[in-house]
Design a protein around this ligand. Structure first.
Ligand SMILES: O=C(O)c1ccc(O)c(O)c1
Ligand SMILES: [Mg+2]
Length: 608
């Protein structure tokens, strides 16, 4: 099906919006009136620009407060409409959206609304234009799609149809009986279909619509079900995204358009109208990769955690550190350089150390890369050098490199083959494995990141939680594989220069966090000190065995429980923007210690 996007969903000038939409592969656009009014381009130039970019102008919108008004008022509306229909001819747009009136003079009179909309449609017809009437969820008298359709049906005019908008419909209720009426609308009378999702918030519907819409798959509405119902009517117009969102208004148009189109591809895949390579959900973490200008502090930290440097890359400045099943690459190559230009909030240069890549163990690396590419993820060069193994890798929205790995699997390229073992240092027999890898995200990319990890990698998003940081509020949402072998909490919300809240971390699972913490400190490692107040509160909330709480207090071990089990965890100091966590997950505990995160974040700010 054709896909379209409303210019209001993208930031920048009209030209920037059009370019971004075309580059992301959209077939058309809805031109929002304000974008046209603010553009220095004449309508004919906009039309030509769209044609050059391969875009059709699928809708001009909105016309407001047209119907069910006193005759003198309606005469003025027709005059206004004539101007707009002329403009649409110059623009090359054949459909105009009229949203249901919020005008104080509008009357609760369906017959009048139908009669006036028919007269509007008469005029539109003279200009070769069609009118699509849409119920705003907060319309004064018409606020539901079935009411708007009844009026259109009564008007019975070939140039008048309805526009369905998933937000207005689903924000008012999405029980099957609320949606049954869609089947009664003939497909050819649905002139347009606008799609938006939204998080389920208990708030005023106008504010919800104007500030919190998101792309399908990023909120809580069942947009797929709605579109399926609309397609059953025979509707064959475009699937068009109309997302009013405060964050997207500030984000760059190019990446937003890609995010938008990925959302539509996934929606069409669910509907069975687009075939994409099937997801090959990762089965484990093969490695994590830290880039750093100086391998020494990272190596010292890894050493205290019981890791040993077991191998080196054959032609790149990359070391492999191993302990148990956990593997960390330490890369001091050119990738480490751009980060060294980062500045902290205080303006001081940041240590560029960061977690820049993850190796995901994949059941089928090539297929996983094909799916990622089909979903518009940048595919990274398969070989960095002629001698390297041809590895499949793609970039996540934030630039994190995701290597799709087949570790020690015969017949498939093996990242491990690029490393030469140090004959003197075998991997230590430790017990650590990666429990989770926490990836902080740029503030404007959270919804995109969650959709990417779900749609591209096949990971399941978990509940979203808010975490208080001393200098902001962070939102955190983990994406996981069904068996928990891959767990990636995504976090966002910190000011860009806040290096504490932006630090990423690798959590290592152990069966005995007290023993692991003691080994770490005995090896010279320093754990993050946790305030005494925290332990006083723990004593109030839980009962502990004799001496247990004292041990946690002494080491800085945090404690949490859910309905399944118990979580004990502690943190190393931070190097640049990377730290480690030791975790003990017992009895099927599902979370990540979110209840403790505010204390941890405050302690990390203090430690800096
Ligand atoms: O918020 C609004 O005014 C508005 C305008 C046009 C639309 O298509 C819509 O869904 C909402
Ligand atoms: Mg709309």
């Amino acid at each position: 099906m054709r896909t379209s996007i409303a210019t209001v969903s993208l930031s920048g000038s009209l030209t920037e919006k059009l370019t971004a939409a075309a580059r992301a592969g959209f077939d058309g656009v809805e031109i929002f009136e304000n974008d046209l009014l603010a553009s220095p381009l004449a309508p004919e130039d906009i039309r030509a620009r769209c044609a050059d970019l391969g875009l059709t102008v699928d809708l001009y919108q909105p016309m407001r407060d047209v119907e069910a008004v006193p005759e003198a008022e309606f005469a003025r509306n027709l005059r206004r409409a004539r101007h707009k229909f002329e403009l649409m001819g110059r623009l090359g747009a054949d459909t105009v959206l009229v949203c249901s009136s919020v005008h104080p003079l509008a009357e609760d009179d369906d017959a009048l609304a139908a009669e006036q909309l028919a007269r509007l449609a008469d005029l539109a017809q003279d200009f070769g234009v069609r009118v699509a009437y849409e119920a705003l969820a907060w319309g004064r008298h018409v606020s539901t799609y079935d009411h708007a359709w009844r009026i259109v049906d009564t008007a019975d005019h070939p140039a008048l149809g309805t526009c369905l908008d998933s937000f207005h419909i689903l924000s008012r209720g999405s029980e099957p009986q609320d949606l049954k009426g869609i089947a009664d609308i003939p497909g050819e009378k649905i002139f347009f279909l606008q799609l938006a999702d939204a998080p389920l918030l208990g708030m005023d519907v106008l504010q919800w619509s104007r500030h919190h819409r998101c792309f399908p798959g990023q909120g809580g509405f069942d947009v797929v079900d709605l579109v399926r119902r609309v397609l059953h009517t025979g509707y064959d117009g475009p699937l068009s995204l109309e997302v009013f969102n405060d964050v997207l208004r500030q984000a760059e148009a190019g990446p937003t358009a890609v995010d938008a189109r990925r959302s539509l591809l996934l929606l069409q895949e669910e509907l069975g109208i687009v075939a994409l390579p099937a997801p090959a959900t990762p089965t484990g973490i093969a490695f994590t990769e830290v880039v750093t200008p100086d391998a020494e502090p990272v190596g010292a930290l890894l050493g205290s955690l019981g890791f040993a440097r077991t191998a080196r890359h054959r032609h790149k400045p990359v070391e492999l550190w191993e302990q148990g099943e956990a593997r960390v690459l330490v890369n001091t190559g050119p990738a480490a350089l751009p980060h060294s230009r980062l500045r902290s909030r205080a303006g001081t240069p940041l240590d560029g150390t960061t977690l820049a890549a993850i190796g995901l163990e994949s059941p089928d690396p090539a297929a996983a890369a094909r799916r990622a590419e089909a979903l518009l993820a940048p595919v990274l060069p398969r070989r960095r050098a002629a001698e390297d193994a041809p590895l499949d890798a793609v970039a996540a929205p934030d630039g994190t490199e995701l290597f799709l790995c087949a570790t020690s699997r015969p017949g498939l390229p093996d990242w491990r083959a690029d490393f030469e073992d140090d004959p003197h240092t075998p991997a230590p027999p430790g017990e650590l494995r990666v429990d989770h890898v926490a990836l902080t995200q740029p503030w404007h990319q959270f919804d995109e990141a969650v959709l990417f990890h779900r749609g591209v990698l096949g990971l399941d998003p978990q509940e979203s939680v808010d975490v208080a940081d001393p200098y902001g509020l962070l939102r955190s949402r983990a994406v996981t594989s069904g068996d928990g072998a891959v767990r990636v909490p995504l976090t966002v919300g910190a000011a860009p220069g806040d290096d504490t809240a932006h630090a990423r971390h690798i959590a290592l699972a152990t069966d005995d966090v007290v023993a692991a913490a003691r080994r770490f400190t005995a090896a010279g490692g320093r754990l993050l000190p946790i305030p005494a107040n925290y332990y006083d509160d723990l004593a109030a909330r839980f009962e502990f065995a004799d001496g247990e709480l004292e041990t946690y207090r002494e080491l800085g071990i945090l404690y949490d429980r859910d309905t399944h089990g118990v979580f004990r965890h502690c943190y190393t100091r931070t190097v640049g923007r990377v730290f480690f966590e030791l975790v003990q997950r017992d009895g099927g505990y599902r979370g990540y210690g979110a209840a403790n995160a505010p204390v941890r974040l405050a302690a990390q700010h203090t430690a800096r």
